[in-house]
Design a protein around this ligand. Sequence first.
Ligand SMILES: [Zn+2]
Ligand SMILES: [Zn+2]
Length: 168
Amino acid sequence: MKVNVAPIKKVLGPKVSFEFVTTAKEFADSEFIWADGDIKVIGEAVNTGRELELSGTILVAAALKCDRCLEEYTASIEIPFAERYREDDTKEPLEQAGLSYYQGDEIHIDQVVLENIIMAEPLKRLCKEECRGLCPYCGINLNHAVCACNHQEVDPRLAVLQQLLKKQ
Ligand SMILES: [Zn+2]
Ligand SMILES: [Zn+2]
């Protein structure tokens, strides 16, 4: 993913828009990336004077497993990103977050896109907010069916424990 910034390198104000479409498979080693579907990056670059600022949205699709019902679902996640780039003429290392160097007329954004995707990995995975999960007694998926078990008397923390024990 290379953004051609030649038109704005010497001009403040006007924006250059960019768009890239790829797949997680093509983009990165599956070890490093939780997403496994299409990846789309749309954004704009602008010259702010000291730096070029690139910002936009990374759209990621992934097949994830629901924490509650353990079924797979497809998630579409929008990750906003912004990075500033300074032309590399000094070679001094930059220690500032959100600031990178570029050389020439193109900015390679793969590294920034990958970092943003990694940081956006969903910690809580739910097929839907109101997912009913599995019955702690019979294991039936309560989104699709009802069972005869009594769900009222169970402390939810104990229910989790029972589910864990059942899996072993
Ligand atoms: Zn679920
Ligand atoms: Zn049940």
